[in-house]
Ligand binder design. Structure first.
Ligand SMILES: Nc1nc2c(ncn2[C@@H]2O[C@H](COP(=O)(O)OP(=O)(O)OP(=O)(O)O)[C@@H](O)[C@H]2O)c(=O)[nH]1
Ligand SMILES: [Mg+2]
Ligand SMILES: [Zn+2]
Length: 355
């Protein structure tokens, strides 16, 4: 059990185990996900693994399959040289997003994360509205967000302070740290955030310097970063998979590929927490069913007028709420259709057998 605790296992997971499964299999953690295979670990070396046929057959959505950071039930073979995954333990936290494009489906980013580093660079990448999206995604879980401003070597200290002030105005209780991989400013401060046995995740657009930070922390160029010449080629991600790395001090860090689109997938609770002051304001509207568009006695409109609430922030809130409601509706619709399709296939198979 000791080795598992080193890689983040603890009471919360132990109290959720399936008694039958724990008797039949071992517990391990997913380090990386490839196309149809996985890399897992019991805390002493990496093992190649695949899902059992039953697990694949029974899975109705991406939720049911392992993702990076997951705890799983597995059987190990041939001196632990390969393994079969038989199930996923309940997740304490889960980061997910809508898949790119119009498709109503989602993708798991990582599971069982304790802290998320949301990274934006202080140059063209910095954007408060995008930051709100990341915060909503992280706040939906019991994940603590930390905001990292990268490439602070590119602008003046005054500009960095200005950006920090803007961030604090939208999320006063979140830690914000500006750093540079180039000058190594504040790299030690970031390292001091990292505790043994805790799991951290790096989130942010492609090119902000996530993998470079991972290398800065490790102190070697172990992971591939974007070549300087590639900076102009839009839409290419340098990091392509999500991998769990254990640092020297015992902390666990997951680097992720930059995301082009951060669709909301019914992150109602996350949105409400991110924009909590807007919800509070709404309680003071004169009418209970106030739509905050033109009503008399609307506390939100009054706050915007008095410059106490940023109109752009409010608009972003409404936009995210609308999207979230839309996806939630169309996704449950899709699940229903998938189920009906499954039933139809089964009944066709049955009637075929009878004949
Ligand atoms: N000036 C400056 N450039 C940096 C800094 N950190 C990273 N870079 C450069 O930014 C580019 C992108 O860095 P990566 O670490 O590959 O970015 P990433 O966030 O991992 O990108 P994806 O893997 O595509 O999501 C590289 O050319 C880095 O050299 C920094 O602190 N200052
Ligand atoms: Mg990267
Ligand atoms: Zn109102």
């Amino acid at each position: 059990m000791d080795k598992l605790e080193n890689i983040g296992y603890g009471d919360w997971f132990h109290n959720q185990v399936d008694v039958g499964k724990i008797a039949a299999h071992e517990v391990a953690r997913v380090v990386a996900v490839h196309k149809d295979s996985y890399v897992i670990t019991k805390g002493d070396g990496e093992v190649f693994a695949e899902c059992s046929g039953n697990l694949l057959y029974a899975s109705g959505s991406p939720f049911d399959l392992p993702t990076t950071g997951d705890w799983i039930y597995a059987d190990f073979y041939d001196d632990d040289s390969h393994a079969i995954i038989h199930g996923v333990l309940p997740r304490r936290t889960l980061l997910k997003r809508k898949t790119a494009g119009k498709l109503v489906d989602f993708q798991l980013i990582a599971a069982n994360i304790d802290f998320a580093f949301i990274m934006q660079s202080v140059d063209y990448n910095f954007n408060l509205r995008r930051l709100e999206r990341y915060l909503a995604m992280v706040n939906e879980n019991q994940i603590t967000p930390l905001i990292l401003l990268s490439k602070c070597d590119l602008v003046s200290p005054d500009e960095v302070e200005e950006i920090k002030k803007n961030i604090i105005s939208i999320t006063p209780h979140t830690s914000v740290l500006a750093f540079s991989n180039l000058t190594r400013e504040n790299i030690t401060a970031i390292k001091s955030f990292l505790s043994p046995g805790k799991t951290y995740c790096l989130l942010g657009s492609s090119g902000v310097g996530k993998t470079t930070l991972l290398n800065s922390i490790i102190g070697s160029e172990q992971f591939e970063t974007q070549a300087v010449s590639k900076k102009q080629s839009k839409g290419r991600h340098t990091t392509t998979s999500r991998e769990l790395v254990q640092l020297d001090n015992g902390a666990l860090l997951i680097d992720t590929p930059g995301m082009r689109e951060l669709g909301n997938m019914s992150i109602g609770a996350g949105i409400d927490e991110t924009f909590s002051e807007i919800l509070e304001l709404a309680e003071h509207c004169q009418f209970r069913d106030c739509s905050h568009t033109n009503e008399k006695g609307c506390a939100i409109l009054a706050a915007i007028k008095a410059d106490e609430l940023d109109e752009h922030r409010y608009k972003n809130y409404v936009k995210m709420k609308t999207e979230s409601a839309f996806y939630e509706m169309s996704y449950s619709e899709k699940r229903k259709k998938d189920k009906e399709f499954g039933k139809m296939v089964k009944s066709v198979m049955k009637s075929k057998k009878k004949r």
